[in-house]
Design a protein around this ligand. Structure first.
Ligand SMILES: [Zn+2]
Length: 293
């Protein structure tokens, strides 16, 4: 198992690096969701090199989920399955383990994906959306690493990375792609009731369970974050949906989602930043409070 110290070496000490299977430069990460789960992402892509797999890290929040370290088009990225969710580990801890690891590894640009339900009645299963804002209705709001930053959630979904996802989606998908929309986050695991969907109508377009706390944690570690959502069901009360269609999307579209994510990495400049994500993380003014033992 990779330990915390190992992870810090990976990030900070090139000389100590040779005995780790990690390259020192690790700018990207993909948080896999239900879109890529049915495939052995990204093993099934000929242009992806798997540099290491089953990498675990001891984090202050427990042992991390398994990561794969991969390379595409000369760019290294870490990836994990299904947002790191596992049985016996809270979703809050899973997210903290992932983002702690990203921070230690120096990850700066993060893509995530996941299936969502509809709130906006114009949407259909198999529509793609790249949300530009969110509404957090989950109870996991106090999920943080150190909590030492003031996090401004303007442009929380990085405009630059969203643009890359949009370009990639247009290349490979001939269905409907929505380049903005509001993602409502609920706790799950159950889906929403008709009354909940009715309440959200007019306030959000899609509903899912993973965007928060990931979006906060990304800002806390100073990384850009964007999400690719694909509709797998109608919200309750809007239209009856079929489990068969959801199952087909789960199995049939995994390759498409993987392709879009990888293409977005290929076309994202490692060093050029046209966004202001990092400037939206400020030193907290409550230092005395957070530093107090
Ligand atoms: Zn950004």
């Amino acid at each position: 198992m990779m330990t915390m110290r190992n992870a810090q070496c990976v990030m900070r000490n090139e000389k100590n690096f040779s005995h780790f299977p990690f390259p020192i430069s690790l700018d990207f990460a993909i948080i896999g969701g239900s879109g890529t789960l049915s495939s052995d992402f990204p093993k099934n892509f000929a242009d992806v090199e798997i540099l290491a797999e089953d990498l675990f890290f001891e984090t202050p929040y427990g042992k991390s989920p398994a990561f794969r370290l991969c390379k595409v088009d000369g760019k290294n990225f870490l990836t994990c399955k299904m947002h790191g969710w596992r049985s016996g580990v809270t979703r809050a801890d899973s997210s903290r383990q992932i983002f702690w690891t990203f921070r230690e590894a120096g990850v700066k640009k993060i893509f995530s994906e996941g299936g969502v339900g509809t709130i906006n009645h114009l949407l259909n299963p198999r529509d793609l959306m790249i949300p530009d804002d969110y509404l957090d209705l989950s109870n996991r709001k106090d999920v943080q690493l150190d909590g030492k930053f003031l996090l401004i959630m303007r442009d929380a979904l990085c405009p630059n990375l969203r643009g890359k996802l949009l370009e990639a989606a247009r290349k490979f998908f001939d269905g409907r792609i929505f380049e903005r929309g509001i993602y409502a986050v609920t706790d799950g695991r159950h889906f929403e009731s008709p009354a909940e969907i009715a309440m959200l109508k007019g306030h959000a377009d899609i509903v899912g369970q993973s965007l928060a706390p990931e979006v906060y944690l990304a800002r806390e570690i100073g990384a850009c974050y964007a999400n690719l959502s694909f509709v797998v069901n109608y919200g309750e009360g809007l239209k009856v949906w079929s489990h068969e269609v959801m199952k087909n999307i789960f199995y049939d579209d995994a390759e498409l989602i993987g392709k879009i994510l990888l293409d977005a990495i290929k076309n994202t400049d490692t060093n050029k930043n046209s966004c202001h994500c990092r400037e939206l993380r400020k030193e907290t003014l409550l230092k005395e409070i957070y530093d107090a033992k």
